[in-house]
Design a protein around this ligand. Structure first.
Ligand SMILES: Nc1nc2c(c(=O)[nH]1)N[C@@H](CN(C=O)c1ccc(C(=O)N[C@@H](CCC(=O)O)C(=O)O)cc1)CN2
Length: 283
């Protein structure tokens, strides 16, 4: 058996086309969505992500405000830029590209919650815990959207999430256990004694450990859906958490690259449009 591809690149394209219509309506109503980004330092990966985000925005008519700061920037300097973006009416939503090497919780806390298009502000994470509406973190909601748009059943599924990080594992557990998703979630991490015992029972595995090839064929239930969120660099190339042989057993696999990464960008665009629509309602 060869698994079917959970194609993030194609899904990003579809979502862009859907959002372009909403951007046009916003502009006609007098609000131009504008994405602000704060990039600290010159990490080539982070620069690539920020460039890609602005390119996506340009394609669907969203304006860009770019703040690129040297790696020597202090916490206070970055916080001052965040303050400027909070006050800038042309910037309807913004994010601080991670990692910054600074106190990221403090940086995130400075972002005005209504401009938090990453959905990572403590206020918005609190809303997620409470089940209230708010911007959702892009990678976790991108995983769910990728499954949905490929017809993978989430309702009632046994899901194993590998990794308990704040940007993926933890919020994903919260999202999947909402009534609207209705999955049963096991959150595995470095303290999990027998990872394979959990993954072998799972209908869906989301691997966000950042350990290349940690999920192998023998750990997968036949027909399961596997999402690869891990990003490591091996010999200059992206290496995901899924070993190549999982394609022989699984029913669905998200490739890496080409799976969850583009979905992170799609959900960012969706959050930008939503925050501009909410800004219009407040006018
Ligand atoms: N403020 C944030 N920082 C970071 C986030 C985030 O959601 N918000 N997530 C990651 C990086 N990230 C977005 O910023 C991101 C990761 C991957 C991709 C992507 O499209 N990847 C491509 C391959 C890219 C390559 O060749 O290097 C793919 O998977 O096909 C986009 C965005 C950490 N920081």
């Amino acid at each position: 058996m060869t698994a079917q591809k959970l194609d993030g690149t194609a899904t990003l394209k579809t979502i862009k086309a859907e959002l372009a219509d909403r951007v046009e309506k916003l502009k006609a109503a007098g609000v131009t969505p504008g994405l602000g980004t704060v990039l600290v330092g010159d990490d080539p990966g982070s620069r690539w992500y920020v460039n890609a985000k602005h390119k996506d925005c340009a394609e669907i008519g969203i304006e860009s405000i770019r703040v690129d700061l040297p790696g020597t920037s202090t916490q206070e300097e970055v916080e001052a830029e965040i303050g400027r973006l909070n006050a800038d009416p042309a910037c309807t939503g913004f994010l601080v590209q991670q990692p910054t090497g600074l106190d990221e919780f403090a940086l995130l806390s400075r972002v005005a919650p209504e401009k938090d298009v990453d959905g990572l502000h403590p206020h918005n994470l609190g809303k997620l815990v409470l089940g209230e509406d708010g911007p959702l973190p892009c990678t976790p909601v991108g995983c769910i959207e990728l499954l949905r748009r490929h017809g993978v059943e989430i309702n009632g599924a046994e899901v194993v999430v590998v990794g308990r990080g704040l940007t993926v594992g933890r919020p994903l557990g919260l999202l999947l256990t909402r009534r609207s998703e209705n999955a049963t979630v096991t959150l595995c991490h470095t303290g999990t004694r027998d990872l394979a015992a959990h993954t072998r029972n799972a209908d869906i595995v989301v691997a966000a450990a950042g350990v290349p090839g940690i999920i192998t064929k023998d750990m997968v239930k036949p027909g399961a859906a596997l999402l690869d969120v891990g990003v490591s660099r091996v010999d200059g190339k992206i290496a995901g958490d899924l070993a190549d042989d999982v394609w022989d057993v699984a029913g669905w696999v998200s490739p890496n690259p080409g799976g969850v990464g583009p979905m992170t960008r799609a959900m960012l665009l969706s959050n930008i449009v939503l925050s501009a629509e909410q800004a219009l309602e407040r006018l």
